[in-house]
Every structure is written in C-alpha cells, then in structure tokens.
Design a protein around this ligand. Sequence first.
Ligand SMILES: Cc1ncc(COP(=O)(O)O)c(C=O)c1O
Length: 412
Amino acid sequence: MREHGSRLILRTNQFEPTIIQRAEGCWLQTTDSDRYLDMESGIWCCSLGHNHPMVSAAAVAQMGRIVHLGPAFLAQATIEAAEALSRLTGGRLNRVVFLSSGSEAMEMAINLVRQATGRQMLIGFDQGYLGAFGSAAEASGPTSTAKCMKVPTTDCLRCPVGATPTTCGEPCIDPARHLINQSAHEVAALVIEPILASAGVIIPPAGYMRKLGALAEEAGVLLVVDEVTTGLGRTGRWFAHQHYYLQPDVIVLSKALGNGFPIAAVLCSADLEAQVVEKGFRYTQSHQSDPFGCAIANEVLRVIAGEGLIEISEKVGEQFKKAISTLSADFPQVREVRGRGLMIGLEFADHDGRAAEDLARKAQVKLRERRVVVGLSRLHPVLRLLPPLIIGEGERILFLQALELALRDLRS
Ligand SMILES: Cc1ncc(COP(=O)(O)O)c(C=O)c1O
C-alpha cells in the first residue's frame, strides 16, 4: 500500500490511504493489484456496475458527436432521454429538465413547486435527506427550519407506541394529518424519499405512505418524490413510489441515471410547467440538458430494461437479504436485516455492554480490512448495502463470508 498525495484534496471527509486505478463491475482496483468489493456502487450511483462496457461505448460515441450545447439548442440525445423517462411515468409527467446532481435537481424541484403554488412552506420527513445545499438541505434532517415542517418518518423498529400491524401507520399519520390540514394553505409540497437510504434504509409502511399521499392530494398540496437513490431499479421497481401506488406531481432522479456520470432529471406535468411559465419562470445553468449526459442516460435506461435489471434487483435482493438474515441469526449484535430490492440495511443492537453505534462502526472497519466496502448510516447504527444490480452469485458469497468473519471479530 502506497501513501499518496491526498493532502492536496480538501478534507471534506476521510480518505483511504490507497488510490483506485480503475474499476469494473463490483470491483475497485488499487495501484497495488489489490481490490475492493464495492457494495455501495460508489455512492449509490453505479447500478450497472463500474465501467459498464455499453455505457462506456455510448459515452465515447457521443463524445465524438456533441458534448455540450448552449441553452438555446437541444440535441436528439436530450429529446430521447426525456421521452424515455416520461414513458416510465406512463406519459403522466411529460416535462423534463436535466441537471448534474441530485442536490441541484431537488433544488430545482422545490423551486418549481414554490413558483407554481406561490407558497414557500414544505413538509418533509424528519429523517429525510434531500440534498447537500440550499432548500434541499434545509428540508433534510430532524431540525425544523422556518421553511420545512416535519412529519414522522415511521421508523417502525423504534415505534414509540409499539403499534401492531393493524394499527401500524396510525400513530404517525395523526400528526401528519394535523399538520397538513392546519397548514395546507401555506404549503407548496410534501417532499419525500419513498425509502430512506441515508437515514439507514428506513422503509415506511405502505399504509402510511398511501394515507400521506391521499392527505396531500385532498389538501391540494403537491407531492415531490425524491427518487435520487431509490430510482431506476434499486428497490425492485423503476421507481420506489410504485411500491405505494403514489402519483407524484414531481419526480427527481440522479445517481443511477448516469451510472456514475453526473446527471440528474426533474420530471413534472405539462400543467405544472404552464403554471410556472405563466409566472415568468426561467432557469439557465451551463450543463442543463447537455447531450453528453443524456446519451449516457439513454444507454443506462436501455441496459436496465434490456437486461431485466428491475426484476433481477427484486429477486436477487430478496435472496440476498434472506441469506444475510440467516447468517446474522447467530449474531445477537444484529438487530434487524431489512431492505427492498438491492437496498439492504443491517441494523445493530447494543450488546455485551457495547453500544450499537460502536458495533456498526467496527463491523464496517472489519469489512474494509477484508476489502469490502459498505456504508454506515449517520442517523442509526446501520450498515448499508447498495451493490451494483449486476452483482453475481460469487460476489454475494464473498460478501457473506467477509460479513461472517467481521461479525465473529465483534465478539472479541
Ligand atoms: C435521497 C437523496 N436525495 C438527494 C441527494 C443529493 O444528491 P447528490 O449527492 O447527487 O447531490 C441524495 C444523495 O445521497 C439522496 O440520497
């Protein structure tokens, strides 16, 4: 392992002492012919695996045609990408803008609903993460801000009232109902992640989500669904809101859309577009709807459909979750294994006088020592797995072996 010049890179976070030379599929290759199994797809972006050959070929071909255009022009690749995404909504959302990152696109979505309704207030989940800056950051996390009121995330594992399956959702829906009914006149939108990856793979119950959607609709509050992490097959559906039969007014996508290349999309209806255009809405950014990213997105969408990755994510995800649960049953440190498709979380419990947070952190370190990369939630003691949807059986077995050894290490 060789020290590198990481001191030159602003310390926004801690870096590993090795550098990655290339990556392929689920693997990150270091300069030392050593490699890591990437169970996080970068940061949940490379759903087709790193360096997917068809995506790389499409990028090279587009690079030879046209990369970027000024705001007065559109290219065929951009139109095609908009058509492909709109088709995924059954044509209901048929206005699309492409940007570069999830945070930017969430910002744009919030901007749109505020302009359309003339209202400033948002309602969001108290454990949500919607972006790194601006209004999206303000609407993230438990702290109430002046511009975003919070509803419960329905964190069932920590249900404060011990609801049963029949009463499930009700203790959470009551405060949400109260908030929406009282404040609808000042609220632009309910802005939610359908499954919360950052919070620690929190999966709200379907009944709660359906009621929340219905309450917003009845009250005339728009619904913005942040599919930045969950979208395009990650949870076994094209969109995770389909698990709840929600009908969003705005959908935001990023991450998997570029398979690692920075591209994001905001989808809304022609009606919403008409409302904002009437109010003089204009927006220009250098890399808005650039053909290069759109050509990559087109290929990503073709590969997902062509290789049946939505179905694979659901089926393989279920098998993998079961295998992790079976293995973890021998380790009382693991409190719960949960997930949807290939978004899986392992939550730790306090054990033998050691705090769950400490156990989860140590498990992550032990896996990293075995060259396996997993995520760690900031809110809860949860290891996060969002591997490429193309993860093979051999790689899943390698992960299970490494996990078993890491969990054994926690005993010592
Ligand atoms: C649900 C969700 N929304 C928005 C974002 C922000 O996306 P980006 O990091 O591309 O700006 C993230 C990032 O992890 C996310 O998980």
